[in-house]
Design a protein around this ligand. Structure first.
Ligand SMILES: Nc1ncnc2c1ncn2[C@@H]1O[C@H](COP(=O)(O)OP(=O)(O)OP(=O)(O)O)[C@@H](O)[C@H]1O
Ligand SMILES: [Mg+2]
Length: 511
């Protein structure tokens, strides 16, 4: 279907798009074209303007100036509904599904199939179509009656993608689709994207994973500070060159890591179980140690970390800190015992969107700052400014509402909020998801500093190179048990991956 002629047809042309939010410039004279039937990568650091551009295309924001040519037709100010009618569909970064909906409602609302010739919904057809797509594309058995609130982040993402597929799109735009996915699901998504391209669908793909961009895209556009740095075929560009174009500097050491001697045991976990999630988990965390934990969706790794923070209650086993046994039934108790958690779903659990950057950062550590009256205010201000600088949070200022920050910068605020506490044990759930490459390195540096001053860190991550780069050892969950412990000298992405899928030889855990 796609002859040479067809790939030259332009599906989307952005023409001199500009957009300001107040005085802040989000986009400036952005012009580039997306060829029909190709996968077009859109990359740039947090706050570069990617999501803003996509929202303009979607009719959610109006540009200050400029226009968009769709399939040769110049358009201005289309409504989201008109854009959908033209066959352009979106998997947005920050559009949440309504938690009280069922999966069926989330999938079909707004374009329900009707019984021919009647205004009545064809519920059976809806259910059949939806479950078939979830099963064939994602191998996911998900009854359409399931509540959105009961889905994991990855499942929600899959539901959003499925919703777009049901509409048989001509153009599909993904704004960081794999952020919530583990490698196996991401592989399924890539296969899907390739198949859609072969069917002639045009794909715009935003991601911070440059390896994905390299593997998937035909063309690439790099945005920096709201401007196009380059827009060209990908061929001949390496991931490293793209990173350099994005950040304007060389990334020297991706994984800064200090050698820290193991100290006293901070957490001694014995035979911990949570029925239906994981069984008989024993491990120790020491001062100075970065302990990596990983596992596929449903492996129990995530529930395990949530238990430690009092979000779930174990059904058996014990947890001891140097101050004695603990049995947290709420995060508040955990915080009282010097634990800090960076939750994965930071948009839901992590930040208060209407509060300012400064308020969010100090929220978790109020007592630390409120000790000495007016002096505390100055202290708070300095601490907040230091964290904003350290994590390179792009914001109009400490008083700007978090809502006005880009997705990745909101993530950084959630992380800063917990790092501003003086804790002993840090539980980090996918701490660098959605964060650009420059800020990733900063977060790794912060982790290195934490352990250097004697804290212990547990990092739950599905980013395998990240685990290899920063963890002292990695425990792998498979079907509710720790099935492998990989010490630093045996840490490779392939070894971890093999263990997460259960294909590695079963190793005995020693902890
Ligand atoms: N609603 C808004 N109000 C004020 N400023 C905004 C708003 N939305 C975005 N901005 C600003 O516009 C700039 C571009 O943000 P955008 O969300 O497009 O970045 P992005 O490239 O998608 O980043 P990320 O990788 O973090 O998602 C940022 O400086 C951001 O603070
Ligand atoms: Mg974004």
């Amino acid at each position: 279907m796609s002859d040479g002629q067809d790939t030259q047809r332009l599906a989307i042309q952005f023409q001199a798009i500009a957009k300001h939010f107040g005085v802040a410039r989000a986009l400036d004279d952005v012009s580039f074209a997306v060829r029909a039937g190709t996968v077009h990568g859109l990359v740039g650091q947090n706050g570069a303007g990617k999501s803003t551009l996509i929202k303009i295309l979607a009719g959610l924001h109006r540009p200050d100036s400029g226009s968009i040519v769709l399939d040769g037709v110049e358009t201005t100010a289309l409504s989201p509904h008109q854009v959908e009618k033209l066959g352009i569909h979106f998997i947005h970064q920050d559009r949440l599904l309504v938690p009280s909906f069922t999966v069926g409602e989330a999938l079909f609302l707004g374009h329900e199939p009707r019984i021919a010739g009647t205004p009545f919904l064809n519920r059976r057809a809806m259910k059949r179509q939806a479950e078939a797509i979830l099963q064939t594309y994602f191998g996911l058995h998900l009854p359409t009656s399931t509540l959105v609130a009961d889905l994991t982040t990855a499942q929600k993402q899959i539901v959003q993608i499925t919703r777009a597929l049901l509409a048989q799109p001509k153009v599909l735009v993904f704004d960081e689709p794999t952020a919530a996915l583990v490698r196996r699901e991401a592989d399924i998504l890539f296969a899907l994207i390739r198949r859609l391209r072969s069917e002639g669908v045009t794909i715009v793909y935003i991601s911070h994973y440059l390896g994905e961009i390299e593997a998937l895209c035909d063309d690439i556009t790099v945005l920096r500070n709201g401007q196009v740095v380059v827009s060209r075929p990908l061929e001949g560009l390496t991931a490293k060159e793209i990173a350099t174009l994005m950040v304007e500097r060389d990334i020297a050491d991706m994984f800064p890591k200090a050698v820290v001697p193991r100290g006293e045991c901070l957490l001694d976990i014995r035979h911990l179980s949570l029925a239906g999630h994981y069984q008989d988990v024993s491990l120790r965390l020491h001062r100075g140690e970065v302990l990596g934990i990983t596992g596929l969706l449903g492996s129990g790794a995530k529930s395990f970390v949530q238990t430690l923070f009092g979000l779930q209650t174990p059904t058996a086993g014990t947890v001891e800190t140097p101050d004695g046994p603990v049995n947290f039934t709420s995060p508040k108790q955990a915080v009282g015992r010097k634990l800090a958690l960076v939750p994965e779903d930071r948009r839901v659990d992590g930040v208060a969107l209407d509060l300012s950057v400064a308020e969010n950062i100090t929220l978790a550590s109020l007592e630390q700052f409120s000790r000495a009256g007016f002096l505390a205010h100055q202290l708070e201000k300095t601490a907040v400014e230091r964290l904003i600088a350290q994590l390179q949070i792009k914001t109009a200022g400490p008083d700007a509402p978090v809502r006005t920050l880009s997705g990745g910068n909101q993530q950084k605020v959630a992380i800063a909020k917990w790092l501003s506490r003086h804790s002993e044990i840090y539980l980090l759930d996918e701490p660098t998801v959605g964060v650009d490459i420059g800020a990733k390195v900063e977060i790794y540096q912060v982790i290195a500093n934490l352990v250097a001053r004697g804290a212990g860190v547990i990092i739950l991550s599905s980013d395998l190179p990240e685990l290899v780069g920063i963890a002292d050892r990695v425990l792998v969950f498979f079907r509710g048990r720790i099935t492998a412990e990989l010490p630093s000298h045996a840490l490779t992405a392939d070894a971890i991956f093999a263990a997460t899928t259960g294909s590695a030889e079963r190793q005995q855990h020693v902890g």
